[in-house]
Design a protein around this ligand. Structure first.
Ligand SMILES: *Cc1c(COP(=O)(O)O)cnc(C)c1O
Length: 393
């Protein structure tokens, strides 16, 4: 039985008519850039996330980049972030000339560890004129936590640290659209917890466009205005450039397709959670606790399950051999991410070495993402778990 990591075909077939209708409307209008579809989608996204402003942009990477440019982060600045994420998170910091300051992750959730942020600041930083300074006279301006695999970071503590040191918090919520975080008896959506949230609609993300697309959300109007200007080369009014932005626009076709899909996202997330629950049942039935560790759901008891399972990532003994075994049985799996960011060749100049962030390195060596998507059949899941049990037997 062939089990792909992700199969978008069924989702498309179910929504083909409304999606084609949307595409047709855009083609009829011949309006392709920043028109009514982008505005409608931005409003719908605000309602979904529970924020005041949404700015559609060209990708998740450009969402992060536009935020850093709009906030004038640059040479002499530093940004605290995780070494265990997709490359774009740290790359955007470096692209504007600032320095990524990595701190290690929590082994249970794979997310940036608030305790590690605290001890990093305590050990390496001091205040000068009210600004938090790192070594080499860099001003620390932001924290960029990444809600990895669809699970929110421990944001209460991260926000507390940020407020204490007057840092802004930019959530990289590229993998976490619709994920929830329990706050004061309620559940806040990923992207609406910090000062600014960034989303990606890359086709394989939980809400996927038919190409590249992304969005930025925030509640402060001055930030929203600046981000909107940044999306159009820092231009306001026309042909007058206040600062250097970029072409970070979301196009009408992508916005129209995303708008057709957004009403289904909550249902898809619920189906992913149900699939995750079923994996749990199957794994526990087979007593594989000595060989694998299942993904943590730290907020479930307090606030219900708000993980959106962008990925279902296990830790596995003999991970590479397990992956090969699955592959020989036509089961796809993936390693996110085999090389942590601090050990990437392009960041050698930061002078990190193996052992600097042991939990990120251990995660890179031990984790494996199993197939998960809303339409994944229980039969396929049983087959996957059966083959994993076979490997360890
Ligand atoms: C996908 C992703 C991005 C980048 O989004 P793109 O739309 O591919 O540019 C950034 N950060 C994380 C954590 C991601 O998973």
């Amino acid at each position: 039985m062939r089990v792909p990591l992700l199969d978008l075909g069924e989702q498309y077939r179910a929504l083909a008519a409304p999606i084609r209708q949307q595409i047709d409307e855009v083609l009829q209008s011949q309006r392709f850039i920043l028109g009514p579809k982008v505005e409608q989608f931005e409003r719908a996204l605000c309602d979904y996330i529970g924020t005041k402003f949404a700015i559609g942009v060209s990708s998740g990477t450009d969402a992060l980049l536009a935020v850093l440019m709009a906030l004038e982060i640059g040479p002499g600045d530093a940004v605290i972030t995780t070494p265990y994420s997709f490359f774009a998170t740290a790359a955007c910091i470096a692209r504007v000339g600032a320095t990524p300051l990595f701190v290690d992750i929590e082994p249970e959730t794979f997310n940036i560890s608030p305790e590690a942020i605290r001890s990093f600041i305590k050990k390496n930083c001091h205040h000068a004129n009210g600004v938090l300074m790192a070594r080499d006279r860099q001003a620390i301006r932001l924290i960029i936590p990444v809600h990895l695999f669809g699970l929110c970071c421990e944001m209460d503590t991260i926000m507390e640290i940020a407020r204490e040191h007057e840092l802004l918090v930019i959530e990289d919520a590229a993998q976490a659209i619709g994920a929830g975080y329990p706050q004061a008896g309620e559940v806040t959506s990923a992207g609406a917890i910090g000062d600014i949230g960034c989303f990606s609609f890359y086709p394989s993300k939980n809400l996927g466009a038919a190409g590249d697309a992304g969005a930025i959300v925030c509640t402060a109007e001055n930030l929203a205005t600046r981000l909107r200007t940044c999306r159009q080369h820092g231009m306001e009014p026309r042909y007058h450039h206040q600062f250097i932005g970029g072409n970070f626009r979301l196009d009408e076709l992508q916005a129209a397709i995303l708008q057709a899909k957004l009403p289904h996202l909550a249902g898809w997330s619920a189906a992913r959670r149900a699939a995750a629950d079923f994996y749990r049942e199957e794994f526990s039935r087979r007593n594989l606790g000595d060989s694998i560790i299942l993904p943590a759901e730290p907020y479930r008891e307090r606030a219900g399950n708000h993980h959106i399972y962008h990925q279902f990532v296990i830790r596995a003994v003999a991970r590479d051999e397990l992956k090969a075994h699955l592959s020989s049985n036509e089961i796809e799996s993936e390693i996110y991410y085999p090389v942590p960011l601090h050990l990437q060749e392009c960041f050698f100049y930061l002078e990190h070495k193996e052992g600097d962030f042991p939990e990120a390195e251990r995660a890179a060596a031990e984790t494996l993402a199993l197939p998960i998507y809303p339409e994944l059949s229980r039969e396929a899941q049983r087959f996957v778990v059966g083959k994993i049990a076979e490997f360890y037997s």
